[in-house]
Design a protein around this ligand. Structure first.
Ligand SMILES: Nc1nc2c(c(=O)[nH]1)N[C@H]1C(S)=C(S)[C@@H](COP(=O)(O)O)O[C@H]1N2
Ligand SMILES: [Mo]
Length: 334
């Protein structure tokens, strides 16, 4: 049996192995003239056959479970959110995930199907005028659902582009009426080590926590995803409710949210709690600010494997740069 002497976040070879396998197979396929959508798709990423992931209900249907909000999809697309790159094929994005609750590697899509997403509640509280524990289906039906194409940039230097369906976080905050004292929005993932066996890894500070400043949370780009690829969220993407903040490194986009608390104090996020020298609170994408252990100048696109230059704020500077005016001396880029 393999024994971890160090917590996994200290072992970068995990990532290195994945990347190496991915790139070598890709080279082989190119050399052999096999198109990315031809044979061997499953082998490209690892062991899972994407078709079987779909059959197992990765898109909202598992073990006879039919998502009670399935009728809301696909939602109308908001044309204001466009990409300068292709949408990543579901066959890639659905089997290469970060969701440490189900394992500290990328192939968690099967394990994540164990997550029971109904009944599910989302508790909104703290510095709000209207504290409320929402039933997830009532929440989704109360919100203005739309589809947006967003880029996603993981701190590990891979990237994807996906069509999220959901609603602006601001729409939920408006219903909660934050008080004048509310300065941050703290979000928390479920806690259930029996189902999410990664949570038995006691050296991680479970449950997963993330946070935004109230100004960031009110920005129109801060999106709560309830669906992806025109269907209810597949579990590995963070069903039934997941944040998407595309100008920040991917770890900010917390999955499977159960609690939202408006606070006066800045929350300590999961990765910040693990190593604040490597993962900061703000985590805004910047190609010129390297991670402690690797460059952030470029990124690998999931699917094509192409390497492209990383952009400041992941290309969303026009929408968000003003949020950080006067914060030049803060560590807003890591
Ligand atoms: N609860 C929870 N949320 C999480 C994570 C996690 O491990 N647990 N990983 C984060 C990281 S590092 C990334 S890159 C994205 C990955 O999202 P995806 O698997 O949908 O691509 O989810 C983020 N949200
Ligand atoms: Mo990430």
């Amino acid at each position: 049996m393999f024994v971890h002497h160090k917590p996994n976040w200290a072992l970068n070879e995990n990532l290195a192995t994945d990347e190496a396998v991915f790139l070598n197979r890709r080279k082989f396929m190119k050399a052999a003239g096999i198109g990315a959508l031809g044979l061997g798709l499953s082998g490209l990423i690892g062991c899972e056959d994407p078709a079987s992931a779909e059959a197992k209900g990765a898109v909202g249907k598992a073990g006879g479970f039919v998502d009670p909000t399935a009728d809301l999809y696909p939602a109308p697309r908001n044309a204001a959110f466009t990409l300068q790159r292709p949408v990543t094929d579901y066959a890639y994005s659905s089997v290469y995930n970060n969701f440490y609750e189900f394992g500290s590697h990328k192939k968690i899509s099967n394990a994540a199907q164990a997550l029971q997403t109904r009944p599910w509640t989302v508790e909104v509280g703290g510095e709000v005028g209207v504290a409320k524990t929402w039933d997830i289906d009532s929440l989704i039906r109360a919100m203005p659902l739309e589809e947006r194409l967003y880029r996603h940039r993981c701190v590990e230097a891979w990237a994807m582009a996906v069509p999220w369906t959901g609603f602006p976080l601001a729409a939920l905050l408006a219903k909660s009426e934050p008080t004048a004292k509310a300065r941050y929005v703290r979000m928390e993932t479920f806690m259930d080590p029996k189902v999410a066996t990664g949570q038995k890894q006691y050296w991680y500070p479970w449950p997963y926590v993330e946070g935004l400043s109230i100004e960031e949370a009110m920005n129109d780009l801060a999106f709560m995803a309830t669906g992806v690829y025109g269907k209810p969220l597949a579990k590995q993407f963070g069903a039934p409710l997941r944040l998407a903040v595309p100008w920040k490194y991917g770890f900010k986009s917390i999955k499977s949210i159960t609690r939202i608390t408006l606070t006066q104090e800045r929350p300590v996020s999961f990765w910040e709690g693990i190593d604040s020298n490597e993962y900061g609170f703000w985590a805004n994408v910047n190609p010129e600010v390297p991670h402690a252990r690797w460059s952030q100048a470029s990124e690998r696109l999931l699917g094509s494997g192409d390497r492209v230059d990383t952009q400041l704020y992941n290309g969303y500077g026009e929408q968000v740069a003003s949020l950080y005016a006067g914060m030049e001396n803060d560590k807003i880029f890591f």
